[in-house]
Design a protein around this ligand. Structure first.
Ligand code: 16G
Length: 167
């Protein structure tokens, strides 16, 4: 299998999980067959995505760089049961710095209550720091605000609005 990014980048957090039959690793090219898209279906609409489409998108992300999809696999059943993504945006501001975006955080409903969401977000946080992002941002449902506040995210007074245009 081909990794989306270098596994050494998340080795420290990955080691915290070992032993539980779960591993923390980069998304790889075989994860289409390990239920990765079904897992994302617990977050939002995924639609019909063929293996070719998955692989095209995977290789596109790998080639462009800046996409760090972390997955949690349950080795006993060979399925992806958790995921979170760091997207690194290149900036001119802040001395040509980078901004991290935390995206697509999801844990299979059968595995909730094991702090896996917390761990996978911590992995993204550490990765964003080590890649020299000057901040890490996210959007979430109101009910998840306490979860993210607990992990160190803050709503910024006067700058806490999320706006979308849907196409
Ligand atoms: C949440 C997710 C975002 C995801 C979106 C999908 C986090 C922190 N936020 O906002 O990453 O892309 O949901 O919802 O995981 P949508 O299909 O309505 O855009």
């Amino acid at each position: 299998a081909i990794n989306l990014f270098n596994p050494d980048l998340i080795a420290r957090v990955a080691n915290q999980l070992r032993g539980d039959g779960l591993i923390f690793r980069p998304l790889n090219s075989r994860d289409y067959d390990k239920g990765f898209l079904q897992l994302l279906g617990q977050l939002t609409e995924v639609g019909q995505v063929t293996k070719d489409q998955f692989l095209n998108r995977f290789h596109g992300m790998r080639t462009s760089g800046g996409y760090y999809v972390i997955v949690v696999e349950d080795l006993k059943i060979g399925k992806v049961i958790g995921s979170a993504t760091l997207v690194v945006e290149q900036k001119f501001i802040h001395g040509c710095s980078q901004r991290g975006h935390l995206e697509d955080v999801v844990v299979n409903s059968n595995y909730r209550g094991k702090k896996l969401g917390q761990l996978v977000v911590m992995a993204v946080k550490q990765l964003a720091r080590s890649l020299h992002c000057y901040k890490l941002s996210l959007e979430c449902k109101d009910r998840l605000i306490p979860f993210y506040e607990n992990l160190g995210f803050k709503r910024e007074p006067g700058n806490a609005n999320s706006m979308n245009m849907r196409f």
